[in-house]
Design a protein around this ligand. Structure first.
Ligand code: 13P
Length: 251
């Protein structure tokens, strides 16, 4: 049985002091949780301070992005080595906001995914279609391309340990969640792609998260679906109280 994973993607929010305040509360409210993996992804500037707070807790730390080289003249970039060194075990890669605002292509995302594995970071590879693509009935085609090109050249071991996050772009930050049935349909489709690319065994192993306007009211119906193995949460992960409710959805 795959352990569900609940991820808070803070995006470009929280100063260091706000981040510390959040983590001090969260540590207490979820200290007894063992049957779900908890991950927060603060901005780079808060990682060091947050790691000092979470080191001996059940809260894991992740980055929101990385660059594929390990060091060198790449002004403004952060390497997988640096991210690992600061205490992260995961990195979000190819979030739709990076595809949209920073023109990240599937090729770039694939390079970043491979670079994460070099330093034993677990990538969370994000895929998702726009509203127009859904309306034009090409959503499944778009997702298949993103999954195949994002995973290109990975070993079987890497393909089974990576985390995939399905985030329909029209559901991000809009309050409009994909229905649990719609999300399940796409998650099942992604697992089928996995089966074609690798094997049924690997397809069964990979964790596929849903993201897009998850909140304490809709989380339980989404997480009951057989192919949804956790959530990637933006807005509702910014307050310790609502993020705690999401982590405890299974109770
Ligand atoms: P919201 O939960 O705010 O819709 O954001 C989802 C997301 O983009 C998480 O990565």
């Amino acid at each position: 049985m795959k352990k569900p994973l609940m991820v808070g993607n803070w995006k470009m929010n929280k100063t260091v002091s706000e981040a510390i305040e959040f983590v001090k509360i969260l540590k207490n409210t979820i200290s007894d949780v063992t049957d779900i993996e908890i991950l927060i992804c603060p901005p780079f500037t808060a990682l060091y301070a947050v790691n000092n707070e979470t080191r001996d807790s059940n809260i894991n730390l992740g980055a929101q992005n990385l660059f594929w080289e390990s060091n060198g003249a790449f002004t403004g970039e952060i390497s997988p080595t640096m991210i690992k060194d600061i205490g992260c075990s995961y990195a979000i890669i190819g979030h739709s906001e990076r595809r949209q605002y920073f023109t990240e292509t599937n090729k770039i995302i694939n390079k970043k995914t491979k670079a994460a594995f070099v330093t034993t970071l677990t990538p969370i590879l994000c895929v998702g279609e726009t509203l127009k693509e859904r309306e034009d009935n090409v959503a499944f085609k778009v997702i298949e391309k993103q999954v195949r090109e994002g995973l290109f050249g990975l070993t079987l071991e890497q393909a089974s340990s990576i985390v995939i996050a399905y985030e329909p772009i029209w559901a991000i930050g809009t309050g409009e969640t994909s229905s649990p049935e719609q999300a399940q349909e796409m998650h099942c489709f992604i697992r089928k792609i996995y089966e074609k690319m690798y094997s049924k065994n690997i397809a069964d192993k990979v964790r596929i998260l849903y993201g897009g306007s998850i909140n304490p009211n809709n989380v339980s119906d989404l997480m009951k679906k057989p192919d949804i193995n956790g959530g990637l949460v933006g807005g509702a992960s910014l307050e310790a109280e609502s993020f705690t409710k999401l982590i405890r959805y299974f109770k």
